[in-house]
Design a protein around this ligand. Structure first.
Ligand SMILES: O=C(O)CCC(=O)C(=O)O
Length: 288
């Protein structure tokens, strides 16, 4: 079955971004929300990041200022490893068929995470391109950001700069430090063209991995939770350590193995795997 119209496919390749509605069923959406609500409840009993992923880093990332009364659970790393609901969506949801239509037919899972901005949350994401965090031999890599809540202009939506996936790969290193963000001059150059990606819960924002993007704090009283899963073409091979390795990394989720590698030509600095729980800490440390 064809998931996308030719117009939608053209839009994705032209802009580097496309929002598709009804990417999961209502039941999948309800289940994703219920599991996340349980994790928020559990976080009230912790003062520091907790849990453990495959590489020994914490799974649950608490934003500075988190308290039992006002929980600030901002990230769950590899939620598929600890929830069958997330595992099932990662592998079986309509999102995966849509990604296969764009960069497939054969695609693999790269990594997954939940990024949450609870109401009034100060968490922001500085502008970056995902590809420079996770280079592969070719850039057929899609970040699929599933809206677990309605995403509005007020609750810290993803902000993208359409078309930048066709331009340069910008450095995330500044003064000898991996900051996880592009230089201020790069942001200044592009900020007039920022587009905010909003939509109702259950929609997915498909983003080309070379697209410049970030997001602002959530100043509203509505949460903004995203389940983010990344998929790549079967003939792309990773060129640096995966920053969120999971037991499902490299799982073929659609199509057949190809036994081939495809390379495009580009140059960039290698990324640095975060020492703390996630890239939020890398971006914050860089602020000094
Ligand atoms: O949570 C967001 O708003 C953006 C997420 C993002 O850019 C990322 O995790 O790479």
């Amino acid at each position: 079955m064809t998931e996308l119209s030719q117009e939608q496919k053209d839009q994705f390749w032209r802009d580097g971004v496309l929002v598709v509605e009804d990417a999961v069923t209502q039941k999948e959406l309800n289940d994703l929300r219920a599991v996340f609500a349980e994790w928020v409840e559990e976080s009230r009993g912790h003062n520091n990041d907790y849990g453990e992923t495959l590489d020994g880093r914490a799974r649950f990332d608490l934003q500075p200022g988190h308290t039992a009364q006002k929980p600030g659970l901002r990230r769950v790393q590899s939620p598929e490893e600890v929830s069958e609901v997330y595992e099932n969506v990662m592998r079986n949801a309509r999102t995966v068929d849509v990604c296969a239509e764009l960069i497939g037919p054969a695609i693999k899972f790269h990594h997954g995470k939940v990024n949450s901005k609870l109401p009034g949350s100060a968490t922001q994401v500085k502008f970056h391109q995902d590809f420079t965090f996770q280079p592969l031999t070719n850039n057929d890599l899609i970040t699929a950001l599933l809206f677990v809540d309605d995403v509005t202009l007020e609750n810290g939506p993803l902000e993208v700069v359409p078309g930048t996936h066709k331009g340069p790969l910008y450095s995330l290193w500044h003064n000898g430090k991996f900051t996880g963000a592009v230089a201020d001059e790069v942001f200044e150059k592009h900020k007039a063209n920022i587009m905010r990606c909003t939509g109702k819960a259950g929609s997915v924002c498909l983003m080309h991995s070379s697209l410049l993007h970030g997001s602002a704090p959530n100043l509203s009283d509505q949460s903004r939770t995203l389940y983010i899963a990344t998929y790549y073409a079967v003939d792309a091979i990773e060129l640096s350590p995966n920053a969120l390795p999971s037991k499902f990394t490299h799982e073929l989720v659609r199509g057949e193995p190809s036994g081939r590698v495809r390379c495009s030509s580009y140059e960039m600095e290698l990324p640095e795997v975060p020492k703390d729980t996630s890239f939020f800490a890398q971006q914050e440390e860089a602020e000094g």
